[in-house]
Design a binder for this molecule. Sequence first.
Ligand code: ADP
Ligand code: ADP
Length: 226
Amino acid sequence: MAQVTLRKVVKAYEGGVQAVKGIDLDIADEEFVVLVGPSGCGKSTTLRMIAGLEEISGGEISIGGKVVNDIPPRDRDIAMVFQNYALYPHMTVAENMAFGLMLRKFPKEEIRRRVDHAARILDITPLLERKPKALSGGQRQRVAMGRAIVRDPKVFLFDEPLSNLDAKLRVQMRTEIKKVHQTVRTTTVYVTHDQVEAMTLADRVVVMNNGVIEQVGPPQELYHNP
Ligand code: ADP
Ligand code: ADP
């Protein structure tokens, strides 16, 4: 069964910009799909519609077989990772990771178990009591992923998560993200404008241009014959 389904999905912003012009896409369970394309092509809008952060103007989006058009973000079975990390500066790493589960009233022991488990996957156990300001960019990025992993959602959504990092760290974190996916196997939709990043990470690349999907396929098929 497809884990995420888009049917004739349209987004028209106020003022008449048609950011997304009726796209269809099926994303399989455990698949890592990367949306790639030039700035302004509608990648981020598409991701935000899947997240529920942007209302859809037409069509239908399903997650885990359930139509989510009218379901608010926190009730969709998703977790999102942003480029600016959005960590709470006054909380420790452990508290940042625990926060989403505390909001959802998870028992304390379960929260601790999940935070410890995610910290081991990300290799950040020694950082759990630190505040975000005492972390490097790469470490902050790991904590942001940790917050997503502890939720154990059906789908991870990444919006240009590496674009604030320097080139060397970007390459390193790419490997890290791939490793995390191979461990947790969570269905992933990942947005980037970077073709190399798309090729390295994706099971399937979705090339968008001007609000439509231009090409879909595994990286080796797409970029060998441009
Ligand atoms: P990408 O992520 O590929 O760079 P976006 O999805 O951010 O593209 O934007 C797609 C189009 O929608 C662009 O033309 C952009 O200017 C427009 N757009 C994005 N957000 C808004 C908004 N809040 N209001 C109006 N237009 C927007
Ligand atoms: P409390 O002292 O009431 O547990 P804290 O602010 O210390 O509150 O922690 C908030 C949440 O973060 C708790 O639910 C706790 O389970 C989790 N947490 C705190 N420290 C750790 C840690 N070192 N490892 C795993 N989880 C932690």
